[in-house]
Design a protein around this ligand. Structure first.
Ligand SMILES: Cc1cc2nc3c(=O)[nH]c(=O)nc-3n(C[C@H](O)[C@H](O)[C@H](O)COP(=O)(O)OP(=O)(O)OC[C@H]3O[C@@H](n4cnc5c(N)ncnc54)[C@H](O)[C@@H]3O)c2cc1C
Length: 366
């Protein structure tokens, strides 16, 4: 195995030509932060093409709301730069500090702002890539309306490096909100938590953040064992109190208890801290139980929001049925659940039960 770090599209072309001539495989990577197991190249006959050195912002248009960037730029670094223009690329997986734009696009990633903005597929206008023939292709446009035959940009999004090496992306941008309000609350069950979010939507608010964890997970996050909701809305200066009032009513009317309120994104980020710790808490729980003998699986399933309580119930019943430990949290806005289950690797019976649970979750789609 070898690693190359090209600095230009021409160097990527050279690597692909060498791969064709000498018959080796190439695997493009950004920061290799993926949780999906996709950046796992075989050792033999493989060259890793690391895009980390192709990390420039080529152009930002604060009129047309797009940015042309190289794939190796980190999501947080890009957004820091865009703040100066009053703009954002609103795709922010919890790994945004280290994840690259190329990696997020190739994973079809979403994130904490997904309730309003959805995943990467909504926020990429065009791509430049080097495909397996060593040709450079440019697909998509710089405009939201783009009619050029087959929608090849969408084919690339989520293709995990299998269609080519992305060497440039034209990203659609959104304005940064003028103001922001948010609440952290807890409920006795998943139904009333989801009902509160439905009420907020019926009140014609479009939350940017709607995150949750279940009671068992809450305990591992050092919270009282209840169902926790983080809900935040981007808004205009002057309207914060009105929005906060609507959020509070929706929570209280559905039996929720408000734990904290925030009138800025910075304050809300602090309230969000326990939710952001979900992944590390899952690791801590599994490795705390079994040390290096731990076998941890984290699922990534999506159901329509209205079916979320049913899905939570079914997952909890499955964990009892198979006798496996489970932590559950996710993004309510896009119906995305992340059940984490673990076993002792050397315990064949426990591993089998975890695998049976895992395979059953593939059909949890009420
Ligand atoms: C703690 C944590 C939290 C996360 N939270 C979320 C979340 O909330 N929502 C979500 O959707 N995801 C989440 N993820 C997954 C997230 O999508 C990935 O971490 C991230 O997108 C990968 O970026 P990367 O630069 O590390 O890519 P890598 O891991 O290096 O690569 C990912 C895939 O993209 C391919 N690839 C990378 N760069 C290119 C390129 N230039 N051209 C072609 N193919 C390329 C690779 O071959 C690989 O298949 C999380 C991950 C972690 C570790």
């Amino acid at each position: 195995m070898a690693v190359v770090q090209p600095v230009s599209v021409d160097e990527v072309v050279k690597v692909v030509k060498l791969a064709i001539d000498h018959g080796f495989k190439i695997v493009p990577v950004g920061s290799s932060t993926s949780l999906s197991g996709n950046a796992t190249p075989k050792l033999e006959n493989t060259v890793i093409v690391s895009l980390e050195r192709m990390s420039s912002i080529i152009e930002v248009s604060d009129i047309d709301w797009y940015a042309r960037v190289q794939p190796g730029i980190k999501v947080d670094e890009l957004n820091l730069e865009l703040m100066g223009y009053g703009l954002q690329w609103p795709v922010d997986p919890a790994s945004s500090k280290s994840a690259t734009v190329g990696g997020v696009i190739s994973n079809g990633g979403g994130g904490m702002r997904g309730a309003k903005y959805g995943p990467a597929s909504h926020w990429v206008l065009g791509l430049e890539a080097v495909i397996g023939t060593a040709d450079i292709v440019r697909i998509g446009c710089r405009t939201v309306k783009c009619r050029e035959g087959y929608n090849l940009v969408q084919l690339f999004i989520g293709s995990e490096g299998t269609l080519g090496v992305i060497t440039e992306a034209t990203l659609r941008l959104a304005p940064l909100p003028e103001s922001f309000v948010g609440i952290m609350a807890r409920f006795g069950n998943a139904e009333s938590l989801v009902d509160a979010v439905i009420k907020v939507r019926r009140d014609r608010l479009w939350p940017m953040v709607t995150e949750f964890v279940d009671d068992k997970t809450a305990q591992l996050l050092n919270l009282e064992p209840r169902y926790y909701l983080w809900i935040g809305v981007d808004t205009y200066a002057g309207s914060e109190q009105g929005v906060l009032m609507k959020l509070s009513n929706a929570i209280v009317l559905n039996g929720g208890e408000i734990i904290g309120k925030a009138l800025t994104w910075q304050d809300f980020s602090k309230l969000l801290e326990p939710r952001k710790m979900l992944y590390s808490a899952q690791l801590k729980a599994a490795f705390g139980d079994y040390g290096m003998d731990a076998f941890l699986l984290i699922e990534d399933i999506a159901v329509p929001m209205s079916k979320l309580p049913e899905a939570v119930r079914e997952l909890q019943e499955l964990s009892k049925k198979y006798g496996v430990k489970m932590m559950l949290g996710g993004h309510i806005g896009d119906g995305n659940l992340h059940p984490a289950i673990w076993a002792r690797r050397s315990d064949k019976d426990e591993v089998e039960r975890v695998m049976r649970f895992f395979l059953r979750t593939l059909v949890v789609s009420p």
